[in-house]
Design a protein. Structure first.
Length: 205
């Protein structure tokens, strides 16, 4: 009798376990079906978020690169100014510039600059540089030092003159150098009355 009771109890427990397993197993497909879209969305969400994050990172990197380029340009400019101040102090500095007003009667080829009978600059021009001068550009051909006192500058221009002839002309001026910087402009002009180019040397304080 005791053995039979134990057998019945065991059978009941086994049946209960099977029933419980059946009840527990039945909802699983519904849960799996419900969670499948969530899992798919969760899997695809990071992929969707990666693209905007990557684009934002690239934009931030480009912005930083541009900022660094700007810093380098400003640093180079400051270093150049500092170098010129150290090499060419204001009390001895002299600078020579070339400019052109219209310039239709003279095609600039080269210029030579002499200070106190010493050649300090020889420059050969390209067509693009001549075009830039025609458009109002100003070129610095010399930067150096001069002691205070009287000095003389001679500029010799060569190129093509009227009727496509070779043309060579010089301009000379004397000036006093004080303790302030001295700026000298070599101007090329058209003389419409004489139908030929003119060359002037202007000394600026």
């Amino acid at each position: 009798m005791f053995k039979r009771s134990r057998s019945l109890l065991a059978a009941g427990c086994l049946a209960g376990l099977l029933c419980g397993h059946a009840f527990a197993a039945d909802p699983a497909p519904a849960d799996a079906a419900a969670s499948a879209p969530v899992a798919a969305a969760a899997a695809s969400a990071p992929e969707a978020a990666v693209a905007p994050a990557t684009a934002a990172s690239a934009a931030s990197l480009d912005s930083r690169i541009q900022d660094l380029k700007g810093d380098v340009i400003r640093l180079n400019r400051d270093l150049l100014v500092l170098e010129e101040e150290l090499l060419f102090p204001a009390n001895t500095q002299v600078a020579v510039f070339v400019s052109m007003d219209v310039g239709k009667m003279f095609e600039l080829g080269s210029v030579q600059v002499k200070l106190d009978d010493k050649v300090v600059a020889n420059y050969l021009y390209t067509p693009l540089e001549v075009t830039a001068l025609h458009r109002g550009g100003v070129q610095r051909v010399f930067l150096g030092n001069l002691k205070a006192g009287e000095h003389q500058i001679v500029a010799v221009f060569t190129g093509g003159g009227p009727h496509f002839r070779d043309y060579k002309r010089g301009a000379t001026v004397k000036f006093d150098k004080s303790t302030d910087p001295k700026y000298i402009e070599l101007q090329i002009k058209d003389n419409t009355g004489k139908l030929q180019p003119e060359f002037e040397v202007k000394v600026w304080q």
